[in-house]
Design a protein around this ligand. Structure first.
Ligand SMILES: *[C@@H]1O[C@H](CO)[C@@H](O)[C@H](O)[C@H]1NC(C)=O
Ligand SMILES: *[C@@H]1O[C@H](CO)[C@@H](O)[C@H](O)[C@H]1NC(C)=O
Ligand SMILES: *[C@@H]1O[C@H](CO)[C@@H](O)[C@H](O)[C@H]1NC(C)=O
Ligand SMILES: *[C@@H]1O[C@H](CO)[C@@H](O)[C@H](O)[C@H]1NC(C)=O
Ligand SMILES: *[C@@H]1O[C@H](CO)[C@@H](O)[C@H](O)[C@H]1NC(C)=O
Ligand SMILES: *[C@@H]1O[C@H](CO)[C@@H](O)[C@H](O)[C@H]1NC(C)=O
Length: 213
């Protein structure tokens, strides 16, 4: 009885080991190949101003996709829309980047400035984690009426060498010309340092002279 019981225990231990080995092997399938995702599928990235809604439900579309580093989102659109990415959940919720500190929001396509039709805007996914996309056109109305979606980017194969560089610089409003340069305290400190430099050299040369003497 005792023998059979311990045999059974051993058997189940072996079975457990086999099962866990198989499971852990299945936990790490090969990372999927790099793919591109056409936003909204055939419907593209558009707003219907007659129905006052996006032409498709972009959140539903995003939920059908798996996003990985090195993939691209392909926005097929025109000049009546914009393509923006933000990492700031508040900006996304408000559809308003005015109070955003700017570091986390990127303009990929600035609608009105672009061609009227047939615009394709590729956006590389270069950061892991949650990211938000929206159209900022019509003063945020398009975004508030559904032209936005949230994605989560997984590691996958990581960034390919072609994208393995710092992310693009954030969108910055054109700044007014800088004011005339004035002599600030930090600049005068710089002058003081330079004024002392000959003294430092003199002491150094003096030490050398004493040593060799
Ligand atoms: C994805 O789109 C980018 C940018 O347009 C392109 O360079 C790349 O070849 C595309 N990759 C695939 C797998 O289609
Ligand atoms: C826009 O919405 C209107 C009203 O719902 C509809 O009749 C029209 O077909 C839509 N246009 C496009 C391009 O989807
Ligand atoms: C679109 O719908 C929103 C929310 O219902 C409304 O505030 C806005 O005035 C509508 N815009 C147009 C152009 O109908
Ligand atoms: C996100 O944006 C809001 C306003 O849209 C701003 O108050 C906040 O500081 C931003 N957060 C970060 C981390 O930039
Ligand atoms: C965006 O936020 C700014 C600052 O809070 C505000 O002045 C502006 O009216 C907002 N824009 C819209 C379209 O709500
Ligand atoms: C998209 O569909 C989801 C349900 O799948 C719904 O909760 C959401 O409100 C829809 N978004 C828009 C903008 O209609």
């Amino acid at each position: 009885m005792t023998n059979r019981a311990s045999m059974a225990a051993m058997g189940s231990t072996v079975l457990f080991m086999v099962v866990s080995f198989t499971t852990s092997a299945a936990d790490s399938p090969p990372a999927p190949p790099y793919t591109n995702h056409t936003v909204g599928g055939a419907a593209g990235w558009f707003f219907n101003s007659t129905s006052n809604s996006s032409v498709t439900n972009y959140s539903d579309w995003a939920s059908t996709q798996n996003f990985f580093l090195g993939n691209y989102l392909i926005f097929n659109t025109d000049s009546s829309n914009t393509v923006m990415q933000t990492l700031n959940a508040t900006t996304y919720a408000l559809c308003n980047f005015t109070d955003d500190n700017g570091d986390d929001t990127t303009f990929y396509f600035d609608g009105g400035a672009g061609p009227k039709a047939g615009v394709t805007v590729p956006v590389a996914l270069t950061e892991e984690g949650v990211s938000y996309f929206f159209s900022a056109a019509d003063g945020g109305a398009q975004c508030l009426q559904g032209m936005r979606f949230r994605i989560t980017v997984a590691h996958g194969r990581g960034l390919p060498p072609s994208l393995n560089q710092p992310p693009p610089p954030p969108f910055v409003e054109v700044a007014p010309p800088p004011p005339e340069i004035m002599l600030t305290p930090s600049i005068s400190r710089g002058h003081m340092f330079h004024a002392r430099a000959p003294l430092v050299v003199a002491i150094f040369v003096g030490i050398l002279f004493l040593r060799s003497a």
